[in-house]
Design a protein around this ligand. Structure first.
Ligand SMILES: [Zn+2]
Length: 315
């Protein structure tokens, strides 16, 4: 018997099977949706051995050269708005606060916050961050997020950019986040919206199913219920999607792999990627003529965008 991981309801509907259409992990995974809170999730057990296999043997190890390191620089104006610049959680953190970025990647957000006077901390599972942290003196914990590494009520802000959909137990992650937030503090999360136009229009080819790495797909309701159970409240739920996602979506569509095969597009350097002349022209035109940008802005504005930005407040 399977129940919704968020509201525990047993009223679940099947949304078919998904497979790893990026890195070719074998096997299919059932996608279920809760009729009560709208949360969608992958069915099945994901023990630590399986997760280790997934992330160390299939997820490509990123190559990173220290010389490429650049702190994120904020862009403003129409161009930034068209691109969906504010789709990332870290953009919503004010100056001069103490902030933890869970899943900080190569640390672009850490440099951004540091330049804005913040006392900044990071968590990242990818070992590449170690060299960046050493060079720039960033306080980064390398490994999975573990709230016991921090004092309670320590942070003004905690951000998770495209992270919560990857975790097996989102409620326990959010409880950990709530513990280390000061009262009045805010957690900001960005996560794909499986209830938007993208999932409907592209079906199982939607770029953000990303099975089996993405396991949790929040609705407004399921995020609200999760927040409550963690001792937080949803202060804001915005819909802002980066328009580059749509450019990637078109390429994903024309390079869609068979079960058990990696997608050429998602391999490092797009190894062996082939597109026809017309496909290439179409994809370039959609982006250069800003059609991707306009579509993304329109769908966001009517509440059917591909990406949520949630602000969860601790009372
Ligand atoms: Zn539910």
């Amino acid at each position: 018997m399977v129940n919704c991981p968020i509201c525990n309801s047993s009223a679940l509907t099947s949304c078919g099977e998904r497979y790893d259409d990026r890195y070719g992990y074998p096997g299919t995974f059932a996608l279920l949706k809760c009729s009560s809170c709208g949360h969608a999730f992958l069915r099945g057990e994901f023990p630590p051995e399986l997760l280790r296999d997934l992330y160390s043997n299939y997820y490509p190890r990123a190559t990173f050269d220290l010389e490429w390191y650049q702190p994120h620089e904020e862009k403003f104006g129409l161009k930034a708005w068209l691109a969906g610049e504010k789709s990332s959680a870290f953009h919503w953190v004010p100056r001069n606060v103490r902030v933890l970025d869970i899943g900080c990647g190569f640390g672009a957000s850490l440099g951004y916050h540091t330049a804005r006077g913040c006392d900044v901390y990071g968590v990242e599972a990818d070992e590449n961050i170690r060299r960046v942290a050493e060079k720039f003196g960033y306080k980064v914990y390398v490994g999975p997020f573990d709230d016991s590494k921090y004092e309670a009520e320590f942070f003004d802000y905690v951000t998770m950019d495209q992270v919560i959909e990857h975790v097996t137990d989102p409620l326990s992650t959010l409880r950990g986040v709530a513990r280390i937030l000061k009262s009045g503090g805010t957690a900001i999360l960005s996560t794909p919206n499986a209830g938007g136009w993208g999932a409907k229009f592209f079906g199982r080819h939607w770029i953000n199913w990303h099975a089996p790495y993405h396991m949790q797909f929040f609705s407004r309701r399921s995020m609200q219920l999760s927040a409550e159970q963690a001792g937080l409240v949803v202060a804001e739920a915005k819909m802002i999607t980066n328009s580059d996602w749509l450019r990637c979506q078109w390429i994903h569509l024309v390079s869609y792999p068979k079960l058990g095969e990696p997608s050429r597009f998602w391999l490092p350097n797009h190894d062996g990627m082939r597109m026809t002349f017309l496909q290439r022209r179409f994809i370039r035109a959609m982006h250069e003529m800003k059609i991707n940008h306009l579509l993304t802005r329109v769908f966001d504005s009517v509440g059917l965008g591909d990406n949520y930005v949630f602000a969860l407040k601790k009372q």
